[in-house]
Write a new protein. Structure first.
Length: 230
């Protein structure tokens, strides 16, 4: 699902209420629809927090927050550090186990590709999480343009390339890099040269010791990857 206008943090006009019942007590937490991932990253990945089950609306599948909940009402942590978390994307719910789609998130507030505080280290973190689940040659990391995302929190998609993705890279702006230390800066330089005010980024293997960075005006997720199972 895509939107053309991202709701700002200050002026959130539409809220929705998520209800859940844990340990026989029900509660309600109001969250902006565009802040679900921010809520997960800040409230739902550390299950040792006091009051975890009452402050998190989408608890980890490995917690004891009441009765078992369906896939779409939980989160599944793949990797966790003090700065980042990798989780299962909700798009995996109801899919064949061979379908993989994850998200790497900063645990601090970072909006997206346009944020000056976007962390470079998230790319290596996401890559490492992906290698545990997807064969390296097929692994892709993607950040969508601001205009084509539904969430206000930065999230790096972890998924598989389409079978014909590499042959289509030539139609877009690319750069070859030796490591994942400066992906944001390289992508921003390409965007400035091509006068792109908004853009998406894809990172994948180019050779045994190099990566390719693809910059596109539209969503690289939709252009190059197996982002949904149906």
């Amino acid at each position: 699902m895509k939107i053309t206008d991202t709701i700002s943090y200050i002026n959130k006009l539409s809220l929705f209420i998520l209800f859940a019942a844990f340990s026989g007590a029900s509660f309600a937490v109001a969250i902006a629809k565009s802040d679900i991932l921010l809520h997960i990253a800040t409230q739902c990945v550390d299950s040792s927090k006091v009051g975890y089950c009452s402050s998190c609306t989408l608890p980890r599948v490995d917690t004891q927050c009441g009765q078992a909940l369906e896939c779409k009402k939980t989160n599944e942590v793949w990797e966790l550090s003090s700065q980042y978390v990798a989780i299962r994307d909700i798009k995996m719910c109801g899919c064949n186990p061979t379908f993989i789609h994850g998200l790497a998130l900063p645990r601090a507030v970072v909006t997206g590709v346009e944020d000056p505080d976007r962390p470079e280290a998230i790319w290596q973190f996401a890559w490492n999480a992906g290698l545990d689940r997807i064969e390296e040659r097929s692994l892709a990391l993607v950040v969508n343009p601001k205009s084509e995302r539904t969430q206000n929190q930065l999230h790096v998609h972890i998924l598989r390339l389409n079978d014909d993705a590499r042959q289509n890279f030539a139609e877009y702006e690319t750069a070859i890099i030796n490591n994942l230390h400066h992906v944001w800066g390289i992508a921003e330089k390409i965007a400035l040269e091509k006068r792109l005010n908004d853009y998406g980024i894809l990172v994948s293997r180019y050779s045994a010791d190099q990566f390719i960075v693809v910059v596109s005006k539209n969503s690289p997720e939709a252009l190059f990857t197996k982002w949904r199972c149906n």
